[in-house]
Design a protein around this ligand. Structure first.
Ligand SMILES: CCCNc1ncnc2c1ncn2[C@@H]1O[C@H](/C=C/CNC(=O)c2cc(-c3ccc(F)cc3)cc(O)c2O)[C@@H](O)[C@H]1O
Ligand SMILES: [Mg+2]
Length: 214
């Protein structure tokens, strides 16, 4: 049995990226996925928008839904101050195993808690298991039809406070129509679209930033 795409991405990181250098890991994955084989990382163009929002918000506690290979996990963690925490949820054990090694190679494991399992099970346990009061920033990048149910679940679990920010990837491609309709139509959110492109392509895509108003 051959290697999987995430395993090949990890091999590229361990071969080419400087150990302990998060930016080198990010650049290596972007290089590999642009010139060797495409993969569903948020990528360099949308990643720059993600960086600017993480820098602006300066979250103390952040949640990422859908770790995959850990590309955005490393990107975000490299922007966080030492005492900030990034919790990231991944339910595919093989992807989680790759992500743990990518996160370790980047040297950001002290800021990251990778939780293996489905968001639907873990979101209701965030307070009791991880001492989370509320999330300052949530990056949604998992199955697109789960953005809306998981947002409603976070609301119900009291994990969003006035000013909490949701940042959603792929609102155009593959698209998250129900989620967009909800956050753009709800009086409880102030939403803004950041136009960009699908990672490593010229296809339109973008990020939706939605501030929870309480
Ligand atoms: C129970 C399911 C919901 N809860 C979940 N809880 C925890 N982890 C979950 C998860 N869902 C999915 N995941 C994980 O997130 C990741 C899934 C991401 C889904 N992303 C996409 O489909 C995607 C797809 C594209 C894409 C765009 C164009 C195209 F032609 C082909 C693909 C681009 C992207 O940027 C994407 O993010 C995987 O690692 C998966 O195991
Ligand atoms: Mg994505």
């Amino acid at each position: 049995t051959g290697s999987t795409r995430p395993e090949r991405i990890l091999a590229a990181v361990q071969r080419k990226a400087t150990k302990g250098d998060a930016r080198s890991v990010v650049n290596t994955i972007d290089q590999y996925c642009r010139y060797q084989e495409w993969a569903m990382n948020v990528g360099d163009e949308k990643g720059a928008i993600l960086d600017s929002i993480v820098c602006e918000v300066k979250p103390s506690v952040m949640l990422e839904l859908g770790t995959y290979c850990g590309y955005s996990t490393v990107r975000i963690a490299s922007m966080l101050p030492p005492n900030a925490r990034l919790l990231t949820l991944e339910f595919n054990p093989a992807y989680a195993a790759v992500a743990r090694q990518v996160i370790a190679w980047a040297g950001v494991e002290d800021k990251v808690v990778l939780i293996e399992g489905p968001s639907g099970d873990w979101i209701p346990k965030m307070k009791e298991e991880f001492g989370v009061t509320s999330f300052d920033l949530v990056f949604l990048d998992h199955w697109k039809d789960r953005y809306l149910p998981d947002t409603k679940l976070m609301e119900e679990c009291g994990l969003l406070r006035t000013g909490s920010i949701l940042l959603a990837d792929n609102v155009i491609c593959p698209g998250t129509p129900e989620y967009l309709e909800y956050v753009r139509g709800s009086p409880r959110y102030e939403s803004k679209y950041f136009r960009s492109h699908l990672e490593y392509t010229r296809v339109e895509d973008g990020l939706e930033k939605s501030v929870f108003l309480g």
